[in-house]
Ligand binder design. Sequence first.
Ligand code: F6R
Length: 367
Amino acid sequence: EKGGYEHFMLKEIFEQPKSVHDTMRGRLLVDEGVIKMAGIWDHVERFKNANRIIIIACGTSWHAGLIGEYLIEEYARIPVEVEYASEFRYRNPIITDKDVVIAISQSGETADTMAALKLAKEKGAFIYGICNVVDSSIARITDAGSYTHAGPEIGVASTKAFTAQLTILTLIAFKLGKHNGTLGNAEFMSLIAELDAIPKRIEEVLSSTHEQIQQISKDFVETTNFLYLGRGYNYPAALEGALKLKEISYIHAEGYPAAEMKHGPIALIDENMPIVIIAPKKGHYDKIVSNVQEIKARKGKIIAVVNKGDRQVSEMADYVIEIPETSECFSPIVASVPLQLLAYYIAVYRGANVDQPRNLAKSVTVE
Ligand code: F6R
């Protein structure tokens, strides 16, 4: 049932070209220039006229939500807030019937997310679900929703569900953007063509980085700390990379927006600190170059995720992982794949039980 892979997690990482494709299937009609999503379309005025969209989730799904904020604000120009379900529900949040609340949950059973949704519903908000498990509790109580069609995710560490969530959020942002007139037709057409090819880009990254990352991982088996940095869309990707590493390898890892480094974490950097830096060409590249210079000056070990043909960051890096160039909004999908592999192999080489890490459960039904 692991399809020849040693662990479900590795199988699920490798399934991503298919799971992302399955998530778009029947929705993204490139030739017709259409995104079909009944759940959005039936309520499109609710979204368009929303005071704001509040995304609630936990863990990896919350990271997807942060990227959703960038996507929806950039393309649909609707204000978005992203909240941990557990914080939202306990702080008497201001919610009205003009708000739209989107819950993101792989399992559809997370207790805090469920409770936050009930609260939002009581206050009259329109509630929308992005779940992977069909007919799960969250899928059932929401007013409408879109399933991620990632297929069953068995590994406790979420991988393919995350990229499927990003795919749905991208489709929603583009669809609302087109409807709202905030995303022009020419850009819409070129973005959806690019989105359609993302499964191929993931395939390329898997085959071009897999062996290399196995090698790199061997150098970090004894490491006790990691920093992950990114800017813009890749700041949440850095958070997610760090979460993957800590949950399965038990190495302490922190994700940070790269520009925040100088406000504190830079004090941690010495020759023993590995820093994973996500630095694709599109998205504040020059700023990232100066962050990398600051790290280099303090002898941090740099593992750079860059686009093919990159020079400036690569010259300073100790390890260079290349990903294909995409529009900025797609880069977290492509950049997450090698970071999943990195976490996976470091954990495997440390002898950890990657599919069932200690203290963690696949669905968190306690509050
Ligand atoms: C991380 C992970 C958890 C979940 C979180 C939310 O790999 O699996 O952080 O993302 O518990 O779970 P769902 O998405 O099922 O609500």
